[in-house]
Design a binder for this molecule. Structure first.
Ligand code: 8YV
Length: 318
């Protein structure tokens, strides 16, 4: 007796060890589709054997694949974002979809603040200044405060709130824009994205990727920002027009950017790579052992709840 739950789970795409091991610790069979030499043929022959799919926001699952899984009842995803999952199609077929919200709020908010501090204080440039020996020839130029600067948050969901809490502790002035004003938060609501961007010293994007948020930060809005302002994106690459952002950085329309997410990932070839005033991280905002373990555990908990006939913990509907 292994003590594991007797179920066959189909795992989509390439996933991290921490996620695979968490599933394997709980469930008897975790079948990794990526290990199949002929995945399409495999799905044709065995697709009907799976009631549960595990995936992630980076891999997702589209309608065409859902159609190859006629017994599918649950899609459990690792990640808060679900833009890569055909949720509407799944829901229409009475397939439950779950994500992993909240357990990653602290980590993602920390990343946004880390970038805010690092941009204002030119952390990476100052580090290079010491390493290259430039310090021997004089002092590092002065940098900027974060305290008493305007932290403008676009998207006041759970992650936006976690960022605001940290920015408030850093003595920043917080303003935000969201689809609707949040009655339970006391920060100053700004009616339009354009007004938010104009007032920002740091503009932090913390909103989901949807049809409505695609390129919400575009050339026109970037051109209205302060020349001293920074843009921080811990949301999705799609929410910024990356070409327009590159242009605004090249022409000094804004002072710098901290980007954890990109229009095309992995980001391996872009003018951004050689810009000194830009901080680039590899979509790792939720990437700590603790948070990724909590995300993996929440995927397992959702699967177990479904198998026990209970309500799943974190369902997604559109
Ligand atoms: C990913 C993320 O989960 O949660 C999200 O939506 O973007 C990240 O936390 C992570 O990259 C694993 O896919």
């Amino acid at each position: 007796m292994s003590g594991k739950i007797d179920i066959k789970i189909l795992l989509m795409g390439k996933q991290s060890d921490i996620y695979i091991e968490a599933l394997q610790a709980q469930f008897n069979t975790v079948h990794q589709l990526i290990l199949e030499a002929q995945p399409t043929e495999f799905l044709k022959q065995h697709g009907h054997e799976f009631q549960v799919v595990a995936t992630s926001n980076s891999v997702g699952i589209r309608a065409e694949v859902i159609d190859q899984l006629p017994s599918l009842k649950l899609i459990a995803s690792f990640g808060v974002g679900f833009d890569s999952i055909d949720v509407a199609y799944a829901n229409q077929k009475n397939i439950i979809v779950t994500n992993t919200p909240n357990v990653l709020n602290d980590c993602v908010a920390d990343t946004a603040m880390m970038m805010t501090y690092a941009l204002s204080r030119q952390l990476l440039q100052a580090d290079r200044f010491v390493r290259t020996g430039a310090w021997a020839h004089g002092e590092y130029p002065l940098t900027k405060n974060t305290a008493r600067k305007v932290c403008a948050i676009l998207g006041m969901g759970n992650i936006g709130e976690a960022i605001a809490k940290r920015a408030a502790a850093a003595d920043m002035e917080i303003i935000y824009h969201n689809r609707s004003k949040k009655e339970h938060v006391s920060y100053c609501y700004v009616d339009t994205v354009s007004e938010l961007a104009k007032q920002a010293d740091v503009l932090i994007l913390a909103l989901p990727s949807t049809g409505q948020t695609q390129h919400i930060l575009n050339a026109e809005i970037l051109s209205q920002m302060k020349k001293t302002a920074f843009v921080v994106n811990i949301a999705r690459g799609s929410v910024i027009d990356q070409q327009a952002l590159i242009y605004s950085l090249q022409t000094g329309q804004i002072a710098g950017a901290g980007l954890d997410v990109f229009e095309v990932e992995p980001c391996v070839d872009s003018p951004l790579l050689t810009m000194d005033q830009v901080i680039l991280t590899p979509h790792y905002a939720s990437g700590t052992y603790e948070t990724r373990q909590a995300m993996a555990d929440l995927v397992s908990d959702n699967i177990k709840a479904y198998l026990d006939g209970k309500d799943v913990f974190t369902p997604v509907t559109v």
